[in-house]
Design a protein around this ligand. Structure first.
Ligand SMILES: Nc1ncnc2c1ncn2[C@@H]1O[C@H](COP(=O)(O)OP(=O)(O)OP(=O)(O)O)[C@@H](O)[C@H]1O
Ligand SMILES: [Mg+2]
Length: 432
């Protein structure tokens, strides 16, 4: 038999991963070097070094993945750090952005990440084929119609072509995760897969035979998804626990004597830290300085100015992210962020975090209910629920399924890699 390696690529909102299968059909993940050690995932991040310091990075001054984080943190002045790019694929009004005076399309930006991901993948696994099975969410974030989803897929296909992957077959991410889960299945089962990522949560119901019975008999009974994921959970922590300490809800006096709320849009930018840089314009800084002068919370507005001035958004959000992750394992966590003249503190509890999530959890539950009814599958007919993706660590997310599928086995695993592994397995099956 010819030695044909098959390739699966999971381009995630937060993390990407690559897997191949060997001649025997066994999956193998690429391992990537990071400052914290070797990992199976590559952060879906792009960093453009500012012109002034570009020389250090070679001609183009563009880095991705773990190196992008390292460079951004060390940089002064800071260049452009771009994350969660997948979120923009479904948004027809976003075509790209101006970086260093050059317009970069969304396809090009994602292509730049993929090029670097694939180069690191090839270093770990050896030369990679130009054909791959690639994951996609059931519905892309910001996609309001099937047409928006189609456009997003077209953009993703072009991004892969830029990176040299010219032959792409797309598969729903939860279906890919099912291929990975099937590896441990001993007898046929009706399985609900939930893949909770950084940008989206996606579900598929499948009739799954064990991997030993080959490709035959896999039936996809239905798939659905929604644009709620870990980025949104971070956003809610900033909204409810951090922004009020930076003056959200405070007031100031507009001359001569008009009492006005501190503009809400400032805090909307704070929720997505990479939008914080937009606050750094001289006009906005001047506005905040005026607000501070007569504010009911002058120290909080001073701290907000400090955050914007010193580009501390990334550090703040990392702390938010770390607190969220601690709350997955512990019932409480201490959040502390020094932002002279105030310290932002939050005695976080899992219970309070769950109240932040309540509306989103209800939407997730409604999405699962809709899928079950459209697929004409009763909850009681689900044998196993497999929960994967980084946000499936959140206990309140898991609880939705524990409550609803009382007779099913609820399991999880390979949170950051099941999709890539499953994509490679699916690719191997297509060669048979
Ligand atoms: N222990 C944890 N507790 C809570 N959330 C976590 C934990 N670990 C990771 N996450 C979150 O999981 C998300 C990343 O998960 P994952 O890598 O599965 O997403 P992705 O594949 O990049 O995104 P998508 O599938 O939506 O494109 C991030 O939002 C991260 O904060
Ligand atoms: Mg994912």
């Amino acid at each position: 038999m010819a030695v044909t390696r098959t390739l699966g690529i999971d381009f995630g909102t937060t993390n990407s991963a690559i897997a191949v299968t060997d001649e025997a059909g066994h999956p193998r993940l690429a391992r990537f070097a990071t400052p914290g050690g070797t990992t199976d995932t590559f952060r879906s991040i792009l960093y453009f070094e500012p012109w002034a310091t570009r020389g250090a990075l070679g001609a183009d001054g563009i880095v991705a993945g773990p190196e992008a984080i390292r460079r951004y943190r060390a940089a002064s002045p800071k260049g452009r750090f771009i994350q969660s790019l997948k979120t923009y694929l479904g948004d027809g009004s976003f075509t790209g952005t101006l970086i260093g005076g050059k317009h970069r399309s969304i396809e090009e930006l994602i292509g730049l990440i993929l090029q670097r991901l694939l180069a690191a993948g090839a270093e770990a696994l050896g030369p990679l084929p130009s054909r791959a099975v690639v994951g996609r969410p059931v519905h892309f974030t910001a996609a309001r119609s099937g047409k928006d989803d189609e456009r997003a897929v077209g953009r993703l296909r072009r991004a892969f072509a830029i990176a040299g992957i010219t032959d792409v077959v797309f598969e729903y991410e939860p279906v890919a995760a099912a291929y990975a889960y099937r590896q441990r299945l001993e007898k046929p089962a009706t399985v609900l897969i939930g893949d909770f990522g950084g940008g989206t949560s996606d579900f598929s119901i499948l009739s799954l035979p064990p991997a030993t019975s080959g490709a035959d008999g896999i039936t996809i009974l239905g798939s659905d998804g929604l644009a709620i994921g870990g980025d949104r959970f971070d956003q809610l922590i900033v909204r409810h626990a951090v922004a009020p300490q930076l003056g959200k809800g405070s007031e100031y006096v507009s001359p001569p004597d008009k009492v006005l709320p501190t503009p809400e849009w400032v805090y909307a930018k704070l929720e997505r830290w990479h939008h914080l840089s937009f606050l750094k314009s001289p006009a906005t800084i001047a506005m905040l300085e005026r607000v501070q002068h007569t504010s009911t919370a002058p120290a909080a507005i001073a701290a907000l100015l400090h955050l914007v001035d010193e580009d501390l958004g990334y550090e703040l959000h990392e702390q938010v992210n770390a607190t969220k992750s601690t709350l997955s394992a512990e019932l409480a966590a201490a959040f502390h962020f020094e932002l002279s003249p105030v310290s932002i503190t939050w005695e976080a509890t899992r219970d309070e975090f769950d109240t932040f999530l309540a509306d989103d959890l209800a939407e997730i539950e409604a999405c699962v209910s809709g899928l079950l009814s459209r697929a004409a599958v009763d909850s009681a007919a689900i044998d196993t629920v497999f929960l994967t993706g980084g946000s499936s660590y959140v206990p309140a997310v898991r609880r939705i399924f524990e409550r609803r599928f009382v007779n099913a086995t609820i399991t999880g695993g390979e949170e950051l890699t099941s999709v890539a592994t499953g994509l490679a397995l699916k690719a191997a099956e297509q060669l048979l």
